[in-house]
Design a protein around this ligand. Sequence first.
Ligand code: CAA
Length: 382
Amino acid sequence: MIFDLTGEQEMIQQMTRDFAERHLKPVAEELDRTKAFPFENLKKLAQLGLMGMNISVDYGGSDVGVIAYSLAITEIGKACAATGVTTSVTNMVAEVIQEFATEAIKKEHLPKICDGTYPAGSFALTEPSAGSDAASIRATAVKDGNGYRINGTKTMITSGEHSGITVVWAVTDKSARKGKGISAFVVEKGREGFHVGKNEEKLGQRASTTNELIFEECWVPDENLLGKEGDGFKIAMMELDGGRIGIGSLALGIGFAAIEYATEYVKNREQFGKPLSNFQAIQWMIADSYTELEAARFLILRAAYLKENGRKFTKEASMAKVFASEAARGVTIRSVQMLGGYGYTKDYPVERFLRDVIVTTLYEGTSEVQRMVIAREILRGG
Ligand code: CAA
């Protein structure tokens, strides 16, 4: 077993860390306050090759692999979680297009995702009554001439209003049994009948826009169908497996941002005539936090390794996601505790890290969904 990163992986990690320290971290607090979408930084991330990390160079991607992708998302998430989730979801959208779109669609859209022409991509699966139970979506896509007419409402869609391209799931066969009659389509920004609705007011990751998307008689040509009719649910599940590696990596970054800040703080803050770091209670918080995050890192990298090598990784991705997001949440709460009352104020960044980390146990499948996936895989003998 080899635990070392390759030279290329180390280089990408270092490059992303340097960029994140210089460009993302200094603006994270302001973005959180103003909810400003980070157009400029997303473009720069694309120029560094970080928007199509598992996309072939033939389509403008950097094709550096899943481990490098995970390392990069952790570095971005550590500096600015909102930018991290936007980058993670955009990579996932690029991957689903690469895997299931026609050659023409790939050639048209992948280079624009990878070079930042599109600020982001969106994954429009969730609906008001279909969150965890994704197979119960109600949006429809009805055959009309040489295309499909999409109707329905999607909710909680990351980067919805800023995406150049959105992958949308809709029911194409109402008579099929649950999960079997769903298809996936790419819908370009500006298509007639494609409207952006509510922009959610969120607790954290506020510079990542979260929208309602409304489809009213929105027609797309046949070539916008991903895979075959009826394959949509499986496509969503397969892509979410990969997406969960991204969200676990992002949570890990937030957890490290919090504990690294708190560790520096307790070295300098004195109470009872000595630095807080001299108290065993604080030392144990540090020890537990780093141990939990390192364990999370190994789970994430193992899932990434399996995916990178074309092996089955559904269970491992869910284990990584649930463990990393819950560990990072616990570490971040502990980091606030280490700062005492100051940790609860906006004068210090740990309250933002806490607000940012909460959603990592919710999106791309709640912790409860991850446990369902893990248990099912184990009980099936996987
Ligand atoms: N890979 C391939 N196929 C899969 C699969 C996977 N990982 N998981 C399931 N499938 C297949 C199954 O094999 C099955 O096919 P067959 O009938 O041919 O065997 C079919 O899909 C249905 O599977 P299930 O019976 O397991 O389906 P279910 O209805 O019980 O749902 C679930 C399973 C895991 C709960 C699923 O609904 C789920 O993942 N829910 C959470 C949805 C989610 O993560 N949403 C996130 C939205 S996107 C987002 O948050 C992005 C963002 O913006 C940040």
